[in-house]
Design a protein around this ligand. Sequence first.
Ligand code: CU
Ligand code: CU
Length: 365
Amino acid sequence: MSRHAGTSIPRALGLAALGFAAGTAILLVIIPAWNGRAAASQGATAAAPTGGMAQMDHSAMEHSAPAAQKSAVDAPAKHVPFDPSLPAVGKGSLHSYTITLKDRTFAIADGVQYTGWTFDGSAPGPVIHVRQGDTVKVTLKNGGAIPHSIDFHAARVAPNVAFRSVDPGKSITFSFKANDPGVFMYHCGTPPVLMHIANGMYGAIVVDPRHPLPRADLSYVLVSSEWYLAGDGKSKPAAIDYNKARHMEPDYVTFNGYANQYKDRPLTALPGQRVRFYVVDAGPSLDTDFHVVGTLFDRVYPSGHASEALRGVQTWSVPAGGGAIFDTHFDTKGIYPVVSHSFASVDMGELALVKVGNVPGTMSH
Ligand code: CU
Ligand code: CU
């Protein structure tokens, strides 16, 4: 996707060059990069002017996919870790995004390749971040082989018009006012929707409330989703097993598209910091019973409204097609697992770790 010219930080962050087999030494390089961006995002968000009608044309900065993701369909694709930090909001109140549908082969777990459909080359697609009241202008270009569409849960528009399917080689443009705050799913709504979501066509949009939430020190975006595989994806890329999808029997359940992605590359925080998770459950079919082992949520915002927070919550379910915002803090140094407390999902890869303070190791739950 094209990003804000002033705030664009390529998702790859140069991580592609580091390869998939990142060891502890490399982690030390990666983690500050994520934290740096998370902190920068927060700063930029706080400092960004409100109001003003100047258009920021995101297409000025075409997102450059790393070489590893441009490989042919049957060549193994190296995993580029999905940057979990919330990107900054761009300037102005009109945000234009160009998103291109791409058929891709990518990694969904260690040594496991999958051929699917993506918004801009990754599953999930790019994280979009705007303010309540802003206008979001979306252009979807279909660079794939069959019709696709894009459906924003943050929008109040006629879906038969805005969310209609686009033929290969064609594009569609529509705008909506992001009048409802929160974190929302977007996805392809072309039938069968089960197949299009299960094949990788989803992402998250964050709409900051007009009356802001308390300032967070770190903000992370986690999109939960399932993968249903025909084949094991090891000797050749797997494709969707539609029967498994219909029976809701996934092979992998992931945060940000890749099993155990933040187990070997933990998220980080310091004791006492307010850490915010923007969680979307893309499904297509399972819920995420969001829980952090070793702490509680100080606040859960089931809607994005600051005035509607729940307090002192252990676990909160994010339904398929839903989203919620979670604030927590960690009292002491250590390694804290982030899970769906529906533990079958953890067994299939839905696990992240938060490394709090300078502690050794990346032990799992
Ligand atoms: Cu689609
Ligand atoms: Cu939907």
